[in-house]
Design a protein around this ligand. Structure first.
Ligand code: 13P
Ligand code: SF4
Length: 307
């Protein structure tokens, strides 16, 4: 069996041979984040994927993220190192159900969270991520109804912060839904004065108790600026890897030590090496679907809200 050092060297060699860029989400296993060329949140990864000059993108994350990269870069080979890495929230919205739902709200703009399948994006007018949802929702035309799919928590958070009325789909992230107000209260008792950061996929009741709601990339930037030496982090545990590496003098306390997304832990270094060696598993999106799914993502990246 080959050790992690040799495996990392093999991955870097193969990535150079294939002219491949390795992208990893902030929740991936620490060793996978370390081998990646770039780690980020969904928005940062989409921007990177759109601008990349590599021939191959190896996407270490869940499927919708790799699919988004393929939609933006159809000429590139996009590889997901495991055959399936679903996002439970993305699987809570099916395109056919959304098409039916839209019939009940004719004329409504449809905003999708990036955590959706290509088929759902193809039914939507605008895509958002946790990193830009507030800004984009606030700027939507005032004379249109707005459907928000699939995260009812991020949708409710946007509605509260922007004052816009949103018609919410009933989906959520099970990992963030399990973060409760009682957990925040307990951590505040245990670590008096420590600020609490939460991801906006948490429920409104829990978010109401946070000091800030931020995307994973937003959290990583925020903790660098904070004076506090102890910070309570309400999101998936994978984020602690970079937080600790980048802020050696600070202590990060997970809001819950159970906040683990199993789908973000599927990809191991061995899978990244095999993916590059065997050029698998290729993400394909049929061209007609890809063109329709690209529109809401391009609007998001260009901040183009002319509907
Ligand atoms: P970010 O875009 O904030 O990284 O979130 C992605 C995600 O899946 C959160 O559960
Ligand atoms: Fe999906 Fe939740 Fe996992 Fe993020 S943490 S990928 S929203 S299931």
């Amino acid at each position: 069996m080959i050790g992690p050092v040799e495996l990392s060297a093999k991955i870097r060699r193969l990535a150079a041979e294939r002219n491949a860029l390795i992208l990893a989400h902030n929740y991936e296993l620490g060793e996978v984040q370390e081998i990646a060329d770039f780690c980020g949140d969904s928005l940062e990864l989409s921007v990177k994927a759109a601008a990349a000059e590599a021939d191959v993108l190896v996407f270490c994350g869940v499927r919708f993220m790799a699919e988004t990269a393929k939609i933006l870069s159809p000429g590139k080979t996009v590889l997901l190192p495991v055959p399936e890495a679903p996002c439970e929230m993305a699987d809570m919205a099916a395109a056919a159900d959304l098409a039916e739902f839209k019939k009940k709200h004719p004329g409504a703009l449809v905003v999708c969270y990036v955590n959706t399948t290509a088929a759902v994006k193809a039914e939507c007018d605008l895509c958002v991520t946790s990193g830009n949802a507030l800004e984009l929702v606030a700027a939507l035309p005032r004379d249109r109804e707005i459907i928000f799919v699939p995260d009812r928590n991020l949708g409710a958070y946007c509605a509260k912060k922007t004052g816009r009325k949103l018609i919410l789909w009933d989906g959520c992230c099970p990992v963030h839904q399990r973060l409760t107000p009682a957990m925040v209260e307990r951590r505040r008792r245990e670590f008096p004065g420590a600020p609490v950061l939460l991801h906006p996929e948490a429920s409104p009741e829990t978010l109401a108790l946070a000091d800030a709601a931020l995307s994973t990339g937003g959290m990583l930037r925020e903790v660098k600026k904070m004076d506090a030496d102890t910070i309570i982090v309400g999101t998936e545990l994978g984020i602690l890897h970079r937080m600790e590496l980048e802020n050696p003098g600070k202590r990060f306390i997970p809001l819950s030590s159970q906040a683990i997304c199993p789908h973000m832990k599927l990809i191991r270094l061995e899978d990244v090496a095999e993916s590059l060696e065997k050029m698998r598993y290729r993400i394909e999106v049929p061209e007609e679907l890809r063109r329709r799914a690209e529109l809401p993502i391009r609007r998001m990246l260009e901040k183009n809200l002319n509907f």
